[in-house]
Design a protein around this ligand. Structure first.
Ligand SMILES: NC(=O)c1ccc[n+]([C@@H]2O[C@H](COP(=O)([O-])OP(=O)(O)OC[C@H]3O[C@@H](n4cnc5c(N)ncnc54)[C@H](OP(=O)(O)O)[C@@H]3O)[C@@H](O)[C@H]2O)c1
Length: 344
């Protein structure tokens, strides 16, 4: 039987993607939709300014949106996908976990908390066991698992693929799509004919989340990876798809050919939303490109290319769809992992 699920922040950019992915999902059945008080009481069709590239599913359009409070979500809902602004997530996600709900969240609050697993299933599924520590410490019947920031999720799988060479220094420079800021995030007057070399708090997220994701969990504590990471983040006028330029210095010699082979061979998982292959490596020097390649693996794969040797180590480009692999799809995949591991 399908697990009954809810979406917190269902009317936003990521919430809409979540609905698009969850509605046809055989393991999940959407039973609750929440948003701000100004949307509560409206049908989803009235509340959401629907902008994803498929129609609102009819039954979802007729559902009533509720306020984002535990008392508003039916008790028989087991799993909540959260796409709330992080300030709101910080307030309400713990309350839902305390009330017994398992929450798979996109919001940045608590990502770096010691007892909160930050998970990309293909990379660090074993970190999910941190939930036992979390439940012991917080006394929750529910649980909180996070997926990383959309730009972190784009380059970390490529690093995981070459980690056996010993990651020492990583520099990543991003070219991020406007959908990453939400619908009201960047005005057209700011971004058309422009590029903005600053995204508030983003660089810190790439630098810290990547070290947590590639860290080791010993069953009680998580130690972060010792590599140094430096990030510079830029907003550009693409709609979807974050493109990133990466330079990596490794302990052992790593040729572009070895790196391409390691990325191509990096395994995906036997979960519905895990694409095969996980990393699609292009040989063409001008790929990947956001418009052409953001939908590889139905938006769940990472595209890489442009591998070359430089005085600063191995250089390459990578790309992922920021609202699918970088947000909604990442949460759904974490939901599948929670289900497979008996947390639902
Ligand atoms: N966009 C991306 O590519 C991306 C990628 C990774 C992570 N994220 C993270 O995902 C989260 C959502 O991002 P988004 O782009 O979807 O944002 P968004 O389009 O602005 O949507 C925000 C959602 O939260 C609801 N909300 C706002 N204030 C609320 C409140 N006080 N109480 C309850 N609900 C409230 C909104 O409901 P109303 O419609 O009623 O206002 C809407 O459903 C953020 O934390 C973001 O950092 C986004």
């Amino acid at each position: 039987m399908a697990v009954r699920v809810g979406v917190l922040g269902a009317t936003g950019a990521v919430g809409q993607r979540l609905i698009q992915l969850l509605e046809p999902h055989p393991d999940f059945d959407i039973a609750a939709l929440t948003a701000s008080d100004s949307s509560a009481g409206k049908t989803y069709r009235q509340a959401a300014k629907w902008r994803v590239d498929s129609p609102i599913p009819t039954d979802i359009g007729e559902m009533t949106v509720t306020a984002t409070e535990p008392g508003e979500v039916p008790d028989d809902v087991d799993l909540l996908f959260s796409s709330l602004p992080s300030s709101i997530g910080a307030e309400v996600e713990p309350a839902f976990c305390e009330a017994g709900y398992v929450v798979s969240s996109n919001s940045s609050n608590s990502r770096m908390a010691e007892d909160v697993p930050l998970v990309i299933p293909e990379i660090n599924a074993d970190h999910l066991d941190l939930l036992e520590v979390q439940r012991d410490e917080r006394g929750w019947d529910g649980a909180l698992v996070k997926n990383p920031n959309c730009s972190t999720i784009t380059f970390v799988p490529t690093l995981a693929a070459i980690a056996e060479y010993g990651l020492e220094k990583v520099h990543v420079s991003t070219l991020q799509a406007v959908s990453g800021a939400g619908y009201d995030g960047v005005s057209s007057m700011e971004i058309i004919d422009n590029a903005i070399p600053y995204i508030g708090s983003e660089e810190d997220k790439l630098e810290t989340e990547s070290r947590k994701l590639l860290g080791e969990f010993d069953g009680a504590e998580l130690s972060h990876n010792g590599m140094s990471v430096s990030a510079s983040c830029n907003r550009i006028p693409t709609i979807d798809g974050h493109l990133e330029n990466v330079w990596v210095e490794t302990e052992d010699e790593l040729t572009p050919a070895d790196a391409a082979e390691a990325m191509r061979a990096f395994p995906s998982l036997d979960l519905r939303s895990s694409p095969e292959p996980l990393i699609h490596v292009f040989d063409e020097p001008d790929r990947p490109q956001p418009r052409m390649d953001r939908t590889v693996g139905d938006g769940m794969a990472i595209a890489a290319g442009g591998l070359q040797e430089t005085p600063f180590g191995l250089q390459y480009n990578c790309l992922a769809h920021n609202t699918i692999r970088g947000a909604a799809g990442a949460s759904v995949l974490n939901g599948e992992l929670l289900l497979e591991n008996g947390y639902l």
